[in-house]
Design a protein around this ligand. Structure first.
Ligand SMILES: [Zn+2]
Length: 257
């Protein structure tokens, strides 16, 4: 079992260092990313977004590390939870019960552009605008809680700034026929209640469609159902925008379902 925050941060830092040494860009994702921004979500897995083609390399980079002590798992552990997106590859640590998962960039952060391997290798942001999990712009929460910025590691653990996190949630909600709508809607509600205060979230940095959707939909009504016509139009606009981006990248949405 992991007993302290320091231990947890050291473990995530070790993963980031092993990936960096191989020039594998990785961005923190899912629950732990929300926690770094000040939410509290119970975390039983550490997830990263990785360029699609590097997922096998990333798995290999961690597989033989004696400290992490991870074993690869081919099973679909979450069968029956279809609203939860699952990583393409994942590993388990039997000593502390944690799962480590890798999500492909094409299903998560496609709209941010390619990740740069040279930048990653040099401990620089693999995508412009990413920040380290220890960045002073992230909230600092009382020590001992697993949330807020990382305090004990300077490892290159890359995270999205809060406006990019919001953009990612809205876009992931709307793609693939809204297959994972509620999962990302839940993440959006964490942004709304935990991060959208004291000027922490700058709505001016969002694309027009995402900002409108967030302000008129998620924020104003707090409900994902029975949205008025204006929201339906916005959703259509977003879906078309996303479809265009995916076509531009040669990604066939239907092949993912
Ligand atoms: Zn498994």
């Amino acid at each position: 079992m992991i007993k302290s925050n320091d231990e947890f941060e050291a473990l995530v830092g070790r993963i980031a260092n092993l990936l960096t040494a191989r020039g594998i860009p990785a961005v923190l994702w899912e629950g732990l990313l929300l926690n770094v921004h000040g939410s509290f979500v119970s975390v039983s897995s550490v997830n990263f977004v990785i360029p699609d083609s590097l997922i096998p390399d990333a798995t290999e980079a961690l597989a033989y590390d004696p400290v992490l002590d991870l074993r690869q798992c081919e099973e679909d552990d979450a069968a029956g939870h279809k609203d939860h997106p699952r990583p393409t590859a994942h590993m388990h640590c039997d000593t502390n019960g944690l799962e480590v998962g890798f999500f492909p960039q094409s299903t998560t952060l496609w709209f941010l552009g390619a990740m740069d391997r040279d930048q990653a290798r040099r401990c620089l942001p693999p995508i412009e605008g990413l920040i380290k999990a220890s960045d002073s712009s992230l909230p600092s929460v009382e020590p001992g809680q697993l949330r807020g910025r990382f305090l004990t590691t300077e490892a290159p653990i890359w995270v999205l700034p809060v406006h990019s996190l919001l953009e990612a949630c809205v876009r992931c909600m709307m793609r693939d026929g809204r297959r994972h709508f509620w999962h990302y809607y839940f993440m959006l509600q964490h942004i709304r209640f935990d991060m959208d205060k004291d000027g922490y979230l700058d709505l001016g940095k969002l694309s027009n469609a995402c900002r409108s959707f967030y302000v008129l939909g998620a924020k104003a009504t707090g409900a994902g159902e029975n949205m008025p016509e204006i929201l339906e139009n916005l959703e259509k606009e977003l879906e078309e925008e996303i479809e265009g981006e995916l076509v531009g990248l040669g990604i066939d949405q239907l092949s993912l379902s």
